[in-house]
Design a protein around this ligand. Structure first.
Ligand SMILES: C[S@@+](CC[C@H](N)C(=O)[O-])C[C@H]1O[C@@H](n2cnc3c(N)ncnc32)[C@H](O)[C@@H]1O
Length: 246
């Protein structure tokens, strides 16, 4: 397994990873949305719509956008409800205030709140939400199982967690080609958009340590989720994982 030693040393221990990730996103916050559009050629919007389609939002739902960043999913959920002519309440929560500051400044419907919070210790009571949506968050958390358990706790019985993240194609050959492509493209994008080739090399590095979508189903089941599954996007290069709290 090829690992970038410099980054590896900074994300090995949970406390280090938390610090590294927070500093990373604080640094890129101003150009985060642009970077997303450039790196995915706009496709992240379509993938986020896939996640929201799986959320099956209903009138009155309370939705947590965890690791909300600039709030794409939060706003997408509100837009979806507006199209269906019903109301929901959406709270965005993120560790990095700089990301949410950029999100708050964007035009769009009003959220019920933007809350500074760590996914590993959420400041919400048990059963506070009907849906927890997470876009490109799980891979960044310093403790995946604790974050899954916290999301489970904050869902009411019958609630659902839906997460979108980089995935691992099933074929080993494809997986290697994909990671190689990410190694190069993230360097180019980091240099072009942030004048720092290292700023996005973290993506393939964190992906190398991140469970694939099939293993994620097992991890979700192990904290109590039921009806877990996943949807591959772009041949598994991206994936939406989901599961319900009974
Ligand atoms: C790649 S961005 C995703 C932003 C947005 N959800 C999207 O899909 O565009 C990852 C976000 O995870 C946040 N994050 C990382 N660790 C976190 C944690 N422990 N608790 C809450 N948010 C965290 C970062 O601050 C960052 O805003």
């Amino acid at each position: 397994m090829k690992l970038n030693r410099r980054i590896s040393g900074r994300i090995e221990r949970p406390a280090d990873k938390r610090r590294y990730v927070r500093r990373l996103f604080a640094g890129v916050a101003g150009r985060y949305d642009l970077t997303n559009d450039v790196m995915s050629v706009g496709l992240h919007r379509r993938w986020k719509r896939r996640l929201l389609a799986r959320a099956d939002l209903r009138p009155g739902h309370r939705v947590l956008d965890l690791a909300a960043g600039t709030g794409d999913l939060a706003r997408g959920a509100l837009d979806q409800a507006a199209r269906g002519a019903f109301e929901i309440q959406v709270v965005a929560a993120d560790l990095t205030l700089e990301m949410m500051r950029v999100g708050r400044g964007r035009p769009g419907p009003d959220l019920a709140g933007w809350i500074g919070a760590d996914a590993l210790r959420l400041p919400f009571p048990d059963g506070a939400f009907d849906r927890v949506v997470i876009g490109y968050g799980l891979r960044n958390f310093a403790g995946l199982d604790s974050a899954l358990a916290e999301s489970f706790r904050c869902l009411r019985p019958g609630g659902r967690l839906i997460s979108l993240d980089f995935g691992h194609p099933r074929s080993e050959a494809l997986r290697r080609i994909y990671l190689g492509y990410l190694d190069v493209s993230t360097r180019v994008a980091g240099w072009a958009l942030h004048r720092d080739p290292e700023s996005y090399v973290y993506i393939p590095e964190s992906l190398r340590r991140f469970p694939d979508q099939r293993e994620m189903v097992r991890r979700m089941e192990s904290v109590g989720f039921v009806e877990c599954g996943y949807e591959d996007l772009v041949m598994g290069a991206m994936a939406v994982n989901f599961g319900d709290r009974r």
